[in-house]
Design a protein around this ligand. Sequence first.
Ligand SMILES: Cc1cc2nc3c(=O)[nH]c(=O)nc-3n(C[C@H](O)[C@H](O)[C@H](O)COP(=O)(O)O)c2cc1C
Ligand code: SF4
Ligand code: SF4
Length: 410
Amino acid sequence: MADLHVECFDMINPFVIASSPATRGADNVVKSSKCHPGAITMRNFGHGMGGGGFFYPSAEAALKGQPAFHSHAVGRQCPDTLSSLDEYCEEVRRARRDMYPETKLWASVGHYHDIEKYPDWKDRWKREAREVVSAGADAIELHFNTPGVATASDRQFNYYQLIRICTEMIKKEVPNTPVMVKLAIEDCDCLTSIREAVAAGADAVGPTARWKAFYFDLDWKTTQPRPGAGYGGTQANPLVCFEIADARTRGIDIPIYAGGGVFSYDQALRYIMAGAEMVQLGAIACSGGIMQCERIIRQCSEWMDKNGYPDMKSLKGAALQLFNMSGDFAKKRQNRLGDAYRTTDVIQDKCIGCGRCEDVCWYKGIALEGKKAHKTDACIGCGYCFQVCPTKALNVEAGRILKEAFEDLS
Ligand SMILES: Cc1cc2nc3c(=O)[nH]c(=O)nc-3n(C[C@H](O)[C@H](O)[C@H](O)COP(=O)(O)O)c2cc1C
Ligand code: SF4
Ligand code: SF4
């Protein structure tokens, strides 16, 4: 069995469950720990409600990793039952006592809105940090992502300055406890925020995609989710992969716990192959349940076994070679595929004469004669027609060609 151990924080696997209501209070943390994740972030206190669940087009699509979005701004919101630091610390103590012992407990400190609400917010955050650590938290998480920051009515600080000031302050307060800094990828330059967190002494950074959005039905009064912050979805996966790989390529070497849009095992694997050490499970936990988290952990391990990745070290950053192709290499590789598109003609038996290829060709590279399509000498090998042919009368093995090109050219 693949070894999922994450060395940097001695975690049994790379999964960090982080979303209310799945991480609200000790009872739910204990319940979530039953799927044996590497860590759980207990939701902070005193910041109102959060956490319904809506999928479009369906939960089924999301759980298969297909395009789907999620909004937590729907249904009756899970009430925030903890209103003081003492209560929160008591929940941290109780969770630590009763949860799966090998799962780490991260405690959430501070909230962007504190800055607007409390003139003494810095002292409050420092006290929170000290006390959650005494209560048994294994790490502290500061969050500068949606929904908190995105809904802020007045960004009194420059976002990047805020990250620097808060991280430095908390790191100084609890120097022996890992400080994880969760960051937005929307409305900001993610690499700049990562750099600020690193410069301030963060132990890990968590680029996380949830964003402000406005979905509505055409019959708009029937729309379930409300507009605003807190949308997520599988389509975030390539965006977050880019931010991870970009950070790795530009010399960021502290641990990354990436989040946003993980609803199936392949999306989790991609974050690690792009260069992250850990993966957050947010909406999948609260809207999918603990069984779904368990499934993702199990399927990642099975996939690693099947594909020859014995441990997290061998998987981490495996796709960076693709990300870091030189321009010249990328061009030669693309041309291999282009050549295949250009030289592959229509399989006559399979052509039904629908004309979709001709319709999408902008080079007069294919023509219908009677009820059959034929390539012409004008084809440049762009590949459009291959994407739309409904019968595979136009077909190349793109995956094999690109893989062989990589092996030949490397
Ligand atoms: C219902 C719900 C409530 C959330 N509440 C918080 C929160 O209170 N604080 C926070 O830092 N992040 C919160 N998040 C963000 C998650 O912690 C996590 O970073 C994010 O959901 C990961 O993206 P995903 O939901 O697409 O997996 C919440 C997410 C969801 C789905
Ligand atoms: S799209 Fe495919 S099936 Fe349709 S005409 Fe072109 S080659 Fe034939
Ligand atoms: S590969 Fe491009 S240029 Fe060639 S026939 Fe198809 S659409 Fe036209």
